[in-house]
Design a protein around this ligand. Structure first.
Ligand SMILES: Cc1ncc(COP(=O)(O)O)c(C=O)c1O
Length: 413
């Protein structure tokens, strides 16, 4: 395990966009939960791909086509290593986490689930890990059940055994995009397996921030999205156990995903090609590999530690400065949360808050964060969310605190 520490000044300098000004202020980017900024290393990799080896993959028998194919398969192998997969074939490239979950819902779900089967979700889930299951439920008569939250915004697993009755699949986020909560994924996967169910992990808010190992979780499927981890948009990933992927029919049909096509029908290719219909986002796959190399060079353990320290600083600073005027939703103990801070400040509407912060160059997200069931449980329509990443430092947190104070003044409290 790397013990290197992260030099945030050097890291910041890698991200061209973080050098710009917004509304006359140096940008303070606190919306990495929505999408991360991209380092020069990733932008250069995209340029190099298009300038030097742009060609379609798995087709041409000429030099640049072979190089493009190799770049894609090297990226697959690098991603496998990054998440602890046992083979590159277990890595399926998709457009994003949303497509990965839809792939499992369509291909595994429609093959294996029927009326009365239960899918267990948690109250924390992003719509991406709710709606595909609701579509399946509406089509197949599958039942959806929910793991509730305790008062601190952690999963309440008191009744987990009862909730698991009849369950075929548990789908859980490894990290909440609203509360920062880090559910005990291994415990949930073990409980799922004990009743013969599978476990899908939505790791969209985990993989960018922590070392990832699917074997440690002992899950069956894991999904994430490239654009939140310094990679380009338009590229995501599904990892699945090989025997499960082997038994799943294709999600989409078309070019590239077949072994043979006749007038009568088709035979699908092996995994993962079976699930990668049509021309792939080749540049984005290459860009994602560059993002993995970038994060690995810094060290995921160093990133985890940096964010832990910064989250502690942010919670301390905001609490000391604003006291009861400011609420931070979700767990307050750092063992159970990451650097996603959903704020409620003096009754100011989150959209108003984010507009005033924007006047100070500060980017935070206001809204329901694609987690409307969770908003209902929290009793709010929206929150203002500041999310920290490897390129943020204490000066960003201080700017946020100054911006909040300015918003308080602006609304004349
Ligand atoms: C926890 C979680 N899951 C899934 C998604 C969906 O990601 P994408 O829109 O890239 O598919 C997000 C994006 O915000 C997320 O935060």
């Amino acid at each position: 395990m790397s013990t290197a520490t992260l030099n945030v000044t050097t890291v910041k300098a890698d991200f061209p966009l973080l050098g710009r000004e917004v509304n006359g202020h140096p940008i303070v980017y606190l919306d990495s939960g929505a999408t991360s900024q991209k380092p020069r290393q990733v932008l250069d990799a995209l340029d190099r791909y298009y300038e030097e080896i742009n060609a379609n993959i798995h087709r041409g028998a000429y030099l640049i086509a072979e190089k493009a194919t190799t770049a894609v398969e090297d990226s697959r192998a690098a991603l496998a290593g990054f998440v602890g997969a046992s083979a590159a074939e277990e890595i399926v490239f998709t457009k994003n986490a949303t497509e990965s979950i839809n792939l499992v819902a369509h291909s595994w779900g429609r093959t294996n689930l029927s009326e009365g089967d239960v899918i267990l979700l948690t109250t924390l889930e992003h719509h991406a890990n709710i709606v595909p299951w609701q579509q399946l439920a509406a089509e197949r008569g599958v039942v959806i059940r929910w793991i509730p939250l305790d008062d601190d915004g952690r999963l309440d697993l008191t009744d987990l055994d009862q909730l698991l009755d009849g369950v075929r699949l548990v789908a859980v986020s490894a990290a909440s995009n609203v509360l920062g909560t880090l559910p005990p994924v291994r415990r949930i996967a073990d409980a799922a397996h004990a009743v013969g169910a599978l476990c899908l992990v939505d790791a969209s808010q985990w993989v960018p921030h922590y070392p990832t190992n699917v074997a440690d979780w002992d899950c069956d499927f894991m999904v994430f999205t490239g654009h939140k981890m310094c990679g380009p948009t338009g590229i995501g990933l599904l990892w699945g156990r090989r025997h499960l992927l082997d038994a799943m029919p294709p999600f989409m049909g078309g070019g590239s995903m077949i072994q043979n096509v006749t007038f009568e029908g088709f035979t699908p290719a092996d995994v993962p090609t079976r699930f990668e219909a049509g021309t792939q986002p080749i540049a984005e796959i290459v860009g994602l590999r560059a993002a993995v190399d970038y994060l690995n060079a810094i060290g995921m353990e160093a990133i985890r530690q940096h964010e832990l320290d910064l989250t502690a600083y942010a919670m301390r600073t905001l609490t000391e400065r604003f006291g009861d005027d400011l609420a931070i939703h979700g767990p307050h103990d750092l063992e159970n949360r990451g650097g996603t801070l959903s704020l409620a400040y003096r009754g100011i509407h989150p959209h108003d808050l984010s507009q005033v912060l924007d006047q100070h160059g500060i980017c935070v997200r206001a809204g329901h964060h694609c987690a409307k069931p969770l908003m209902k449980v929290l009793g709010v329509n929206a929150t203002a969310r500041a999310s920290l990443y490897l390129y943020n430092d204490e000066s960003d947190v201080d700017a946020l605190a100054d911006g909040l104070a300015a918003a308080g003044d602006f609304f004349a409290f």
